[in-house]
Write a protein that binds this ligand. Structure first.
Ligand code: FNR
Length: 385
C-alpha cells in the first residue's frame, strides 16, 4: 500500500523490491566511490533549523514561482535518462503526476518516452533537457521538436561533456531494452509486476534519439555513442548559440563553481541549477547544498538560482530555499516513487515532500515559502564545535 509509505526512504525500499536490479542500481548509484553522491544527502543533516513558538501558523502557503511559472511548491522533477525502464511509460506517468500536482516536469534527452509522447499525454507545457552533441543539425532538430511540443523551458545540461563512470552499471551490464542473458532474465522474472507493465508498452528504447543513434542499447554502445556524440568542446559561445536558436526560457544545469556561476550571469540564461548531476559525474566534488551558498554569494540576485542533489525530505527543500534557491529539483525521489508505484508512486513522493515542507516551515514559525531566507537557519555553535 503506497499510503503506508511515510518517507522517501520507504518508497526507495519498495522500488528496490519492484524494479529489476540493473535499473534500480542505475538510479541508486554515483560515480566511482560515490563520495559526492553520499555527501549530497549527508550535508543536509549538518544544516540546522531554528524552532520558533507562539507565532501565528495559520493560512500557510507553499505556492511560489520558478522562472516566472507558478508552482504549487518550489520543487520540479529533474531530467533523468532511461526513466521508462524504472516503470513502463515512466516519463509519461511522471509528467502526468507533476502536471496534476502543479509543478514542472523536465524530460531528459535520454528518455525512453519521446518529446511527442509527453506532449500527446499531457495538457500543460513541460520542460525539455538538452545534451549538446557535436551534430549541430541534430541539436537543431531536437530544439525544433521541443518548440513544436510547446515546451516552456529548455534545461541545458553543462556537466556532461564527458560521461562519468558508475561501477554498478558496468558490473550489471545495463542495457535498454534489457538483454536476455540468464542474469537479466532472472532479474526480471523476480519482478513480475514490472514485467507485466513492460509487456503492455512498446516504449523500450531511447525515444528522442532513435533514428539518430543506430544500435544504441547496452551500456558499452551507449558509452561509445556518448563519447562520439556529446561535445567535449562545449563552450559559452555554444550556450549563446542555443539561447538564440531556442529563443525561450533557458535554464543552465550543472553549475557548481562560483566562477562558472558568474559566467552564467552574462549568458542571457533565465536561471542556473547548482548541481553535480546527483554525484554521477565528478566524484570528489563538493555537495550541491554546500556549493549553493557560495554560488548565491557570487551571483546575488542577478540570476535565478535553483539547485538539485540530495533532496530527500521537505526539510531539505526548506534548507535549500533558505540558502538562496528559488526552487529545487528531485531526481531519485521521483524515480523511487515511480518504481514503487507508477504515477501514484510519484504523486505519493510529492505528497510526502509537500507535507514535510509545510510542517517544517510552520515549526520554523513561517507561513509563506516566498519569504523564507537564511534567518530560519540556526548558525550558533554546535555541540561538537
Ligand atoms: C540523472 N541526471 C540527469 N541529468 C540530466 O541533465 N540529464 C539526464 O539524462 C540525467 N539522467 C539521470 C539519470 C538518473 C538515473 C539520475 C539519478 C540522475 C541528473 C538529475 O537531473 C539530477 O541532477 C540529480 O538526479 C539530482 O540529484 P538527486 O535528486 O537524484 O539526489
Amino acid at each position: 500500500m503506497l499510503q503506508n509509505a511515510l518517507t522517501i526512504a520507504d518508497l526507495k525500499a519498495r522500488a528496490r523490491r519492484r524494479v529489476p536490479k540493473m535499473f534500480f542500481d542505475y538510479a541508486d548509484s554515483g560515480a566511482w566511490t560515490e563520495g559526492t553522491y553520499r555527501a549530497n544527502e549527508e550535508d543536509f543533516a549538518k544544516i540546522l533549523l531554528r524552532q520558533r513558538v507562539l507565532v501565528d501558523m495559520t493560512d500557510r502557503t507553499l505556492a511560489s514561482e520558478m522562472i516566472g511559472e507558478p508552482v504549487s511548491m518550489p520543487v520540479a522533477i529533474a531530467p533523468t535518462g532511461l526513466t521508462g525502464m524504472q516503470h513502463a511509460d515512466g516519463e509519461i506517468l511522471g509528467a502526468q503526476a507533476a502536471e496534476a500536482f502543479g509543478i514542472p516536469f523536465t524530460l531528459s534527452t535520454m528518455s525512453i518516452c519521446s518529446i511527442e509522447d509527453i506532449a500527446a499525454n499531457t495538457t500543460k507545457p513541460f520542460w525539455f533537457q538538452l545534451y549538446v552533441m557535436r551534430d549541430r543539425a541534430f541539436i537543431e532538430s531536437l530544439i525544433g521538436r521541443a518548440r513544436a511540443a510547446g515546451c516552456s523551458a529548455l534545461v541545458l545540461t553543462l556537466d556532461l561533456q564527458i560521461l562519468g563512470q558508475r561501477h554498478k552499471d558496468l558490473r550489471n551490464g545495463l542495457s535498454a531494452p534489457p538483454k536476455f542473458t540468464p542474469k537479466h532474465v532472472w532479474q526480471m522474472a523476480t519482478r513480475p509486476f514490472w514485467c507485466l507493465d513492460m509487456a503492455r508498452t512498446k516504449r523500450r528504447t531511447f525515444g528522442n534519439i532513435v533514428g539518430h543513434a543506430q544500435n544504441v542499447g547496452d551500456l558499452s554502445s551507449l558509452s561509445s555513442w556518448t563519447a562520439e556524440q556529446f561535445d567535449p568542446r562545449l563552450s559559452w559561445e555554444d550556450v549563446k548559440w542555443i539561447r538564440e536558436l531556442w529563443g525561450g526560457k533557458l535554464i543552465l544545469k550543472g553549475i557548481l563553481d562560483p566562477e562558472d556561476a558568474k559566467m552564467a550571469v552574462g549568458s542571457g540564461a533565465d536561471a542556473i541549477i547548482v548541481s553535480n548531476h546527483g554525484g554521477r559525474q565528478l566524484d570528489g566534488a563538493r555537495s550541491s547544498i554546500a556549493a549553493l551558498p557560495l554560488v548565491k554569494q557570487a551571483v546575488g540576485d542577478e540570476i535565478e538560482v535553483h539547485m538539485d542533489g540530495g533532496i530527500r525530505s521537505g526539510q531539505d527543500v526548506l534548507k535549500a530555499i533558505a540558502l538562496g534557491a528559488k526552487g529545487v529539483y528531485i531526481g531519485r525521489p521521483f524515480l523511487y516513487g515511480l518504481g514503487a508505484g507508477g504515477r501514484d508512486g510519484v504523486t505519493r513522493a510529492l505528497e510526502i515532500l509537500k507535507r514535510e515542507l509545510d510542517i517544517t516551515m510552520a515549526l520554523c514559525g513561517r507561513r509563506d515559502i516566498r519569504t523564507i531566507g537564511p534567518e530560519i537557519l540556526d548558525r550558533e555553535p554546535r555541540l561538537e564545535d
